[in-house]
Design a protein around this ligand. Sequence first.
Ligand code: ZN
Ligand code: ZN
Length: 765
Amino acid sequence: METRHTPLSVRLAAIKENGRLRLHFSGIVQGVGFRPFLYRSAERFQLKGFVKNTSAGVTLEVEGHHLPEFVRHIVRHSPPLSRIETLRLEEIPARNSKEFAILESDTQGQKNVLVSPDIALCPECRDEMAAAADRRHAYPFTNCTDCGPRFSIIEDLPYDRPLTTMKGFKMCPDCKREYESPADRRYHAQPISCPHCGPKLKLLIKGKPGKTEPLTGALTIMKADRVLAVKGVGGFHLACRAVSQKAVARLRHLKKRERKPFALMAVLEMIRGVCRVTPKEKELLKSPAAPIVLLQALPGNRLGEIVAPGQNRLGFMLPYSPLHRLLIEKMGEPLVMTSANRADEPIIFKDNTRELPKLADAVLTHNRPIHAFADDSVLQVFEKNIYFIRRSRGFVPLPIRLSFSSPETVLALGGMLKSTFTLLHGNQALVSQHIGDTETTSALAAEKQAIEHFLKLFALRPRVIAVDSHPAYPNRLLAADFPGAKVIEVQHHRAHIASLLAESGETGKVLGIALDGTGYGDDGTIWGGEFFSGDLHGLERVGHLLPIFLPGGDAAAREPWRTALSLLLALPGAEKATRRFAKKFGPKGDQVFEAIVQRRGGVMTTSCGRFFDGVAALLGLGERNSYEGELPSLLQAVAEKARPQKQPYPYAIEKKGGMLVLNILLAMEAMLADKKSRAEKARCFHLTLAHGLLDMAINLTSASGIRKAALSGGVFQNTLLLRMSRDLLQENGFQVLRHTQVPPNDGGVSLGQAVLAAVKYRKEF
Ligand SMILES: [Zn+2]
Ligand SMILES: [Zn+2]
């Protein structure tokens, strides 16, 4: 982007009004209507010359008058989906061209064209679908050069129909005419089709074709409060009526998902009925990426109680594909639209799976294959900026620009939960779509397939493989696919901090604060509340949260009541109270009590996520996490109901083994004795942690003079904690870095792994 503005005006000042210019554009300039746009612009300025796609982008030559004005025009008005990364400009001798022509693509040489993400239905296509006389009226596969599937249907580059999953559909004469006409909106729109020649819908009930027209049949299923699987852009969704307790209960039963909130799809007017929508949130909902945006729910709405019990936010997206649009329009109400998968495995995107019929009462599918899966992206707005929870469809595979260039290609395999991988080459990091939890063989197979797709698209071969330092993460096995590549281990929480440094282009020294669930530490214990000092060349651990005992290890992550017992028992003189609390859980409670006393059958951890678990359970918000982070998210939701608190609970900073240790266990005693409401206590706990972080930051930087704090890790999905910590740090002179391009959670870990491995490789090998 930087080459688009200031430098350009300087360069334009130096060129002549009349003559011939050659321009090279790179970035997202293919498959987004860029050439027809240049054609129309040249006609408008009455210029002669030509335009053509090259393997490096687009080359344009123009001859005539008002050249600087023409260049300004194209830079300012380039098509919405295009992204000009660089623009090279040279004056060349005139050739007296007689016309303006679009020349054949020149596809030699290295592939360095960016691949466009999948793009939501554009307003023009939407209007065509709505117009009764249009030949694409109510056509569920309408698209044009401004919209439609891209990443999910591209098998290889160059982006041409035979290399997409549309290759099996022969264009009818009408579509062909549009495709070949430079003045048409569908000029070279590779997924172009119409009801005569394009993909067709199909409804399957119990694996057999339904008797009615597919869309009508699908609506009947949903109207009867049953669950419909729908093939979308990057995979299948499970859809049902969101306002029906019965339908949502059926979906929870089929998906085996007890309480986890579901994503919703609706048009903006419906969303406004249940949520507050700020201008920025509206802009994001309507953006070409069309992500799920977490919105503040209006108090007392029934829909929220059904789809997201206990939460004060609802995740909504607009109908982003033509098929979704038809479903929402005809149902006339919000629908649950959740990824079709088992637990947190990768989304189902192939038709021939045996799983789908088990997850839904009927399947609405079609015969346009999905080549690459992509779950919906999920984000929230934090102070008018994107704050990702999941970066996937609509954003992938756009690169993240780095402040340095790596001569070696690095493949980083990510963590185990909410996994992504990253391919780093030159100054670009390509962070993959959301893969999911990679604990099962099917999930690993999905990651492997997605990696192969990226390597093919971008014609890369990794020389370095970055993996989590946890010796038992299953995705380490994928490194074996690249014999000869150097495998570099990266500690989980350093990767979190590095991902933030990478996306923000930060090269100076920072204090990195990683508050997270759990990750494997240098010493073989479980970390998750860590302070690091340094930069991408080295992040030294300088502090951590006071370790707590997790009875049952991983079991405690599912059953936070165990952690609550452990926190309670650590308080002075709390043995009796702890025994009473343990009684609530029967014989198991007694066993866990004994285990804590004897420090057996568990692990010590500095995890901040587990601490939140324990606090939420102590405040009576629940005993189990039916999904990852359930109780911590309820703790945030309840805290947000309370008025701001002034005074934090007591905490201490202790020195141990050359490190500073933040003891917030001390706060527990005060919190339990506090007579305030539960919401106020929850809020005060957040405030205490934020004060603790500030004190740690002041102490840990007093010698080095570092003035920047980088906040990352899954706990910082909690925007209440983020805001409190940010405010306190800023008031005390720190510049605070936070994520805007990748999630603070484990979805960002692969980016951090990739940059740390690239730097280490350059230094050591
Ligand atoms: Zn369109
Ligand atoms: Zn057609």
